[in-house]
Write a protein that binds this ligand. Structure first.
Ligand code: UDX
Length: 451
């Protein structure tokens, strides 16, 4: 919304949220305090806020005065009842639709921005149509393809913008209204118009395909470790085939983030629901390989440290699910930590953007999902320490595990680090980020993913 406001100075954009603190933070004069860290975002918010971007808790007023309403609430995986652990929880979407129906006093275009299962637009349409005021609502699907860490750049120059809507004259008119917003900075040929179901399903499919590429290369990384092949060399070799392409072939400790796992589970659930078990099982395997990869990484650490990490200090470089973000949702680090903690390790974490409170919240979240963890959570959490200084986090460590590919890790004084750690000095590079040969010359024993 901040980018829309920046690129369309003639459009008034109001972002509303029921969370007062969050809105206060978005309005904070000091843009260091914005709730989301994203390169370039503070500048965009600052400029747009001085003109046509507003943050407010007055949801009803914003509904009444807007022509286009984007629903951007979260759609987490259901943690209860039917579809538990698989289906998307649509309660927040439903609440938004009901509030719009209650409050609106003229016709609106309602845009699904949240990632949603196919046919959700139908549910929103049903709720909106059942208003007693005779108003007419058009529901559009406009999924977001930005990636975290590069969100602003992705929004400035998207590969495509997707807008799905009803193919009736009123629906096409609504599609055109939203197209004309993006056309202020996105070339028209990059704005794809589809029916609403294609648009909804495209988002799930795009994320499933991206995640599938990572699981594919990660599965090969396991074979590389057995055979002496190098997974980065393989990625380069296959990525040079223009039909395959070089992107999203970086082997890693496993993908994280708020989208991939959730969207694939959602896709799997939909396939089962529509009686397509073979299709469901196919996509389920992408998640299975991802879990296997995280487990394999933790096991490699334990095996290398003479089959136990009990009482040993393992330093984590990175906790975020990827570099340049403070987002930790579904980060591989959380699951690797959990496995090592079960083996009674002490985990010493440094991440340039993630603080201790967030790490503790992540472990609380894990305890909610995992009954085994919840039983011994307090005891395990006592074995986690979080640092502001990376050198202190690594001092006297039995092993260093690199979980996030922050650029600064490459710049550290590794000779100094080597002097401070226990010998043999192990580095487990879950991102193949560091220069293996250089570290080995210093004296480290370096284990990476698939090499
Ligand atoms: C993803 C999609 O890319 C984006 O289009 C969609 O809108 C939201 O979900 P995001 O989750 O922000 O974006 O990050 P992304 O860059 O896709 O990375 C996801 C995870 O995959 C990260 O943990 C990342 O480290 C990992 N990854 C990515 C790899 O392990 N290897 C790769 O080659 C690429």
């Amino acid at each position: 919304m901040a980018v829309i406001a920046l690129k369309c100075p003639h459009i008034r954009v109001t972002v509303v949220d029921v969370n007062q603190q969050r809105i206060a933070d978005w309005n904070d004069e000091n843009t260091d305090n914005l709730p989301v860290y994203e390169p370039g975002l503070a500048e965009v918010v600052k400029e747009a806020r001085s003109r046509n971007l507003f943050f407010s808790t007055d949801v009803n007023e914003a509904i009444r005065t807007s022509e286009l309403i984007f629903i951007s609430v979260n759609t987490p995986t259901k943690t209860y009842g039917v579809g538990k652990g698989m289906a998307a929880d649509l309660k927040y979407i439903e609440l938004c639709a009901r509030q719009i129906a209650d409050v609106a006093d003229n016709n609106k275009i309602v845009v699904e921005k949240s990632t949603l299962p196919v046919r959700t637009a139908q549910s929103i349409q049903t709720i909106l149509s059942n208003n007693a005021k005779g108003l007419s609502f058009q529901v559009l699907s406009n999924p977001e393809f930005l990636a975290e860490g590069t969100a602003v750049a992705d929004l400035f120059e998207p590969d495509r913008v997707l807008i799905g809507g009803d193919q009736s004259p009123e629906g096409l008119e609504a599609i055109e209204a939203l197209t004309s917003v993006y056309a202020n900075w996105v070339p028209r040929e990059r704005i794809l118009q589809t029916n609403v179901w294609s648009s909804e399903l495209s988002k799930l499919t795009a994320n499933a395909f991206l995640a599938q590429r990572i699981s594919s290369i990660n599965s090969i990384s396991a074979l590389c470790e057995k055979t002496g092949a190098n997974v980065d060399e393989i990625a380069r070799a296959i990525g040079s085939d223009s039909r395959i392409g070089p992107k999203f072939l970086k082997a890693s400790v496993g993908f994280g983030g708020s989208c991939f796992q959730k969207d694939i589970m959602n896709l799997v659930y939909l396939c089962r629901h529509f009686g397509l078990p073979e299709v469901a099982n196919y996509w389920q395997e992408v998640i299975h390989i991802n879990d296997y990869q995280k487990h394999r990484f933790a096991k490699q650490i334990i095996d290398s440290l003479f089959n136990t990490v009990s009482g040993k200090k393992i330093s984590f470089l990175g906790w975020a699910f990827k570099k340049d973000t403070n987002d930790t949702r579904e980060s591989a680090a959380i699951y690797v930590a959990w496995e090592l903690l079960q083996d009674q390790a002490e985990i010493h974490v440094f991440d340039p953007r993630v603080d201790k409170e967030q790490i503790l919240r992540d472990l609380d979240y894990l305890a909610e999902q995992n009954i085994e963890f919840s039983k011994i959570k307090d005891k395990l959490i006592a074995n986690i320490r979080v640092y502001d200084n990376p050198y202190e986090a690594m001092d006297d460590a039995h092993a260093i595990a690199l979980l996030t590919e922050w650029d600064e890790f490459k710049e550290y004084d590794w000779t100094r680090i080597y002097k401070g750690v226990k010998k043999p000095a192990f580095v487990f590079d879950g991102r193949n980020l560091l220069n293996k040969e250089a570290l080995e010359t210093i004296g480290f024993e370096v284990k990476g993913i698939g090499r």
